[in-house]
Structures are given as structure tokens and as C-alpha cells.
Design a protein around this ligand. Structure first.
Ligand code: VG1
Ligand code: CO
Length: 544
């Protein structure tokens, strides 16, 4: 079949952010926009002739059209096989699982994660490497550099393939395999967790709700929780993936998972509630009348890892992103295992997991996972929590977390997001903070003495690569801290994230309301960054 060479010219700003390239759907539909990015990725990679590429996405608007484009380009560029999830569906953790299991060269994940979908919403694409994880910075930088000089892309002149029937078809010399997006992933979960014990839990009086938020985890959660583990039909709500996520914001937090939150904090609440995001990699965990912060969740799961057969022999280490609370560090210290602090974004965990230095990883942004894949994994976290609940009969989610605080102390923690801020004002605010860091050590802010302040830089312990400017942190002598960074996933203006934390060892002080417990630090953060003066915002858009 004839390979078609199409002339093109660069677009500005095709720079992947925290987790791939994310833009409005309208931008992705501009002629050659997606093609330029995909060809730039192929041009930056070597040795894929005859190899396998995995393709799939979260089912949002434009997912199918983009998948068809990538299939043709992958064939024209010489991949031997392209594996695409049926309906072009593949959750992010399942993509990671499939890439690893089938020894693929890499894969494209089509998703803008928790960002809204639909014709006026967002779209995104991310390249993952052969370990199943997001490409490291040196790869994303090479792709971006290529987008700035690209002059042509390769494709085929072929009609769209049927992506809804399982089986194989040919595209030029390339085999395209449409596969069941759930099967490999479900099998992997069955290998990590004791499905008999979980079925016994879910078959008893225990009640749970899983909110798929009309996003990609619906089919996965139904297959695993309802079909295999026997949870009653209806356990999974909003379980049908929709191109616009039902008009919602598929972000599993207290603000956006309204239906689930109402159920868990209302009359007759079930024992356990969980939600996942657009592409299935995030998780929110709720007990009856109880919210588990993602940072606490990581710590609790690390402390109880051995309750799942996959981690029966213990874990090698825990890694968390810098803004994530230090709760997991205390567990690592008690267990005598490794503890790592990385920049925000899952790509920074890859080397630690590959090297066997870390087994569990987590971010404050509702991301938790282990070395079974190289992405965060929402359903894994849910099954891990169910394993803890099954292994500690008679204890509720709240009992387990409160007990954890008694043992390790409590890290009060909150994130304040200021969304849609003027980009120049946000950059100005960060520059202002950066300018302050040098003089803050030793200063007293509202009665708290600053131990140190800097713009976080990370040296990867495995390959020595350095990532700088990863967020301003102000650490106080008493262990409290405030962190400021700008989001790298938004598509409108800038989002300022402020992370606030303080440690409370005294169990008598563990019952405070979080915002009240952090009130003085919140005020310090607002003053220091001159948030209102610089952004015009009195209050954050979202508090988690
Ligand atoms: C946010 C989170 C970060 C997460 C990233 C991708 O990034 O803060 O922890 O890794 O989203 O999550 P930012 O730059 O907006 O703060 V998702 O579920 O894409 O894949
Ligand atoms: Co996501």
C-alpha cells in the first residue's frame, strides 16, 4: 500500500504538560494538529519498525476519530502491529498493563483525564514508553522540539477501520488488533488481590458504591466488582462512558463527585464509597460520613500492604510527589523502607518503580498505585482498600484512618486551587515567591519560624536527570509547610495550586475540622503570595 507523505507546518506550543498534551477539542481538530504531534513522537523514537503500538483512550469526544488517525500513521511509519481497545477504549492503567504484558514498544493514551469533555471540552494525548509509563522528560522534550521543525507526516489513504468488533485487520503491512480493553486488566487484578476474600466481603452485609462518573472505569468496575466479585447490580453508578461525561467534571473529589458524596454523607449511607476520573487513574475513597485524603490513603495502604496477597512479603519503598503530605513518610520510617519525594506527575515514579526502589506511589491529587503498572490506578486503589477492610473485620474506614493517626500522628492537609487565573498574573505571583525564597529562612511568619524555602528541584536517583522549578515550598521549623505551583494540565488561563500541611502528633487534637486546623497557615500562604492583590481572587475555586 502506498505511504502518503503530507506536507505540514509547525504549531506553536505543542508542549506536553504534567501529563501529556492537553488542549480544547477545537484545537485538536485543526488540520494536522494531532498528526504533527504523533509524527513528532515517531520521529523522536528509534527502533520501532515491526514492533507493537498500543492505542486507546477514555472515550471522550474525538477519541474515535483520533484513534483512526493514529492507526493509519502508525502503519505508515512501520509498526508491525497496533493493538487498539474495542471502541478505542482503554483506561490509563489498563493501557499501562497492556503495554507491559504484550511487550509493546509504547502506546498512545487519548485522554484529558479529569478535564471536562464534549465538543467544547478538552482532549489530550500522551505517549507512554515500553515500561508502560508516561514518557520521561527527555522524551517529551524531544517530541516537543520536533513539533517545532516538522515539515511532513506519513499516513495511508485508507477508510476507517471497524473498531467495535474484536479481531484482526490489516492496514497496509501492519496488523491492527481490536482487543477487549478490560480482560488483561481484570486478570492482573485477580493476580494481586484475593478475589475470594473480596467476594465474601461484598457478598455479606457490606455495602459500597462506585461512581464511574460516566467515564472510562464504568466497564472495568462492572466487570470486576459486579460480575467477578458479586457486588449487587447497581453498585457501580454512572457506569456508562459518555463522550461528554454527562456534562460533568469527571474529577473524583468532594466538589465534583456530588452524587457519591451525598450518598456517603446522607441517611442510610453505605460502608464504602469510591470514584474514579475520566481516564480511570484517579480515586477518591470515602467511608460512611468520612473522607479519606489521598495523602492519608497512600499512608494507610502502605501500612496495610501485606493484607493483599500481591504485597504479602512487604513493600520495598514508598514514593510521593513533593506537594503530597508527609503521612506516607512516617509509615516508611516505621517500616524501615525507602521513601522518595518526586516532582508532580506520574512520569517521575517510573525509574523508582523500574529499579525496585519503590513499590507504592501516590499523589495528593487522588492518585495511588503500585509497581504492577507504571500509571496511577483508580480501581487498584479501591481493591486495595477493600482488601484492608476485608482483612480488618469490624473496623470501618473511619476507624482505620483514626487508628492510623493514633499510631503515626495526623498530617492535616488541604489543597486550594485558584482556577482560570490570568496567566501573566499567575507567573508574576510565582516570580514574586521565587524572589522571596532566598530571604525567608529564619524569618518569622505569624509566629512560625521558616526553616527553609526554595523552588523544588529533583535529581532522579536512577538516571541523574535534574528537573528544576517544580514548585515553591516554604518549610517551617515545626514541620508545617505551604507549597505553591502552577498547574500543567489546564487549558484555560492558569491554575494556581496552594498546598497546606501541618503535623499533629497529639491524638486529643485529631478531631479538628481541616480548614480550621490549617487556618493560620492558609492566611500565611495568602499573604506571602499576595494572592488577592495579584489575582483578584478572595477565595479559591476548589478546596480539597
Ligand atoms: C495534576 C495533578 C498531578 C497529576 C496530574 C495528572 O497536575 O496535580 O498530581 O499527576 O494532574 O493527573 P497539575 O499540573 O494540574 O497540578 V491525571 O489523572 O492526568 O492523569
Ligand atoms: Co486521570
Amino acid at each position: 500500500m502506498d505511504i502518503k507523505t503530507v506536507a505540514t507546518t509547525p504549531f506553536q506550543g505543542q508542549k506536553p504538560g504534567t501529563s501529556g498534551l492537553r488542549k480544547k477539542v477545537d484545537v485538536f481538530r485543526e488540520r494536522n494538529y494531532l498528526e504533527n504531534f504523533v509524527q513528532s513522537a515517531f520521529d523522536s523514537l528509534q527502533g520501532f519498525a515491526g514492533q507493537t503500538l498500543v492505542v486507546g483512550g477514555d472515550g471522550r469526544y474525538h477519541n474515535r476519530a483520533a484513534a483512526q488517525t493514529i492507526l493509519r500513521m502508525a502503519a505508515a511509519n512501520g509498526f508491525g502491529r497496533v493493538m487498539v481497545g474495542r471502541g478505542a477504549i482503554l483506561s490509563t492503567p489498563a493501557a499501562s498493563c497492556v503495554i507491559r504484558k504484550h511487550g509493546a514498544f509504547g502506546g498512545f493514551v487519548l485522554s484529558a483525564s479529569h478535564n471536562p469533555g464534549g465538543p467544547k471540552g478538552d482532549f489530550g494525548i500522551k505517549y507512554n514508553i515500553g515500561n508502560g509509563g508516561p514518557a520521561p522528560e527527555k522524551v517529551t522534550e524531544a517530541i516537543h522540539a520536533r513539533t517545532q521543525t516538522i515539515e511532513r507526516y506519513l499516513t495511508l489513504d485508507t477508510p476507517d477501520l471497524d473498531l467495535d468488533s474484536l479481531g484482526e485487520a490489516r492496514l497496509g503491512d501492519t496488523v491492527v488488533q481490536v482487543f477487549d480493553p478490560v480482560a488483561d486488566y481484570a486478570e492482573m487484578m485477580a493476580g494481586i488481590f484475593d478475589f475470594d476474600a473480596l467476594a465474601a466481603l461484598l457478598g455479606g452485609d457490606f455495602r459500597m458504591i462506585f461512581d464511574a462518573m460516566h467515564a472510562v472505569t464504568g466497564p472495568y468496575a462492572k466487570a470486576i466488582l459486579e460480575d467477578r466479585l458479586g457486588a449487587p447490580a447497581g453498585t457501580v453508578i454512572n457506569g456508562t462512558p459518555l463522550e461528554d461525561f454527562g456534562g460533568g467534571h469527571p474529577d473524583p473529589n468532594l466538589a465534583h463527585a456530588e452524587e457519591l458524596v451525598a450518598a456517603l454523607f446522607g441517611d442510610g449511607a453505605p460502608d464504602f464509597g469510591a470514584a474514579s476520573d475520566g481516564d480511570g487513574d484517579r480515586n477518591m475513597i470515602l467511608g460512611r460520613d468520612f473522607f479519606v485524603t489521598p495523602s492519608d490513603s497512600l499512608a494507610v495502604l502502605a501500612a496495610n500492604a501485606a493484607l493483599a496477597p500481591g504485597y504479602r512479603d512487604g513493600i520495598a519503598g514508598v514514593a510521593r510527589s513533593m506537594p503530597t503530605s508527609g503521612a506516607a513518610d512516617r509509615v516508611a520510617e516505621a517500616l524501615g523502607i525507602g521513601c522518595y519525594e518526586t516532582p508532580t506527575g506520574w512520569k517521575f515514579f517510573g525509574n523508582l518503580l523500574d529499579a525496585g526502589m519503590a513499590t507504592f506511589c501516590g499523589e495528593e491529587s487522588f492518585g495511588t498505585s503500585s509497581d504492577h503498572v507504571r500509571e496511577k490506578d483508580g480501581l487498584w486503589a479501591v481493591l486495595m482498600w477493600l482488601s484492608v477492610l476485608a482483612g480488618r473485620p469490624g473496623e470501618s474506614v473511619a476507624d482505620i484512618v483514626r487508628g492510623h493517626w493514633r499510631t503515626y500522628g495526623r498530617n492535616y492537609y488541604s489543597r486550594h486551587d485558584y482556577e482560570g487565573v490570568d496567566a501573566a498574573a499567575a507567573e508574576g505571583l510565582m516570580d514574586h515567591l521565587r524572589g522571596l525564597t532566598g530571604d525567608l529562612a529564619g524569618a518569622e511568619l505569624d509566629g512560625r519560624r521558616v526553616a527553609m524555602a526554595d523552588d523544588f528541584a529533583y535529581t532522579d536517583p536512577v538516571d541523574g536527570s535534574v528537573s528544576s522549578r517544580q514548585g515553591i515550598r516554604v518549610l517551617f521549623e515545626d514541620g508545617a509547610r505551604v507549597v505553591f505551583r502552577l498547574s500543567g494540565t489546564g487549558t484555560e488561563g492558569a491554575t494556581l495550586r496552594v498546598y497546606i500541611e501541618r503535623f499533629e502528633p497529639d491524638p486529643a487534637q485529631h478531631g479538628l475540622e481541616t480548614q480550621a486546623a490549617l487556618a493560620d497557615l492558609i492566611a500565611i500562604a495568602r499573604d506571602l503570595a499576595q494572592i488577592e492583590q495579584r489575582t483578584g481572587r478572595k477565595e479559591p475555586t476548589v478546596i480539597t
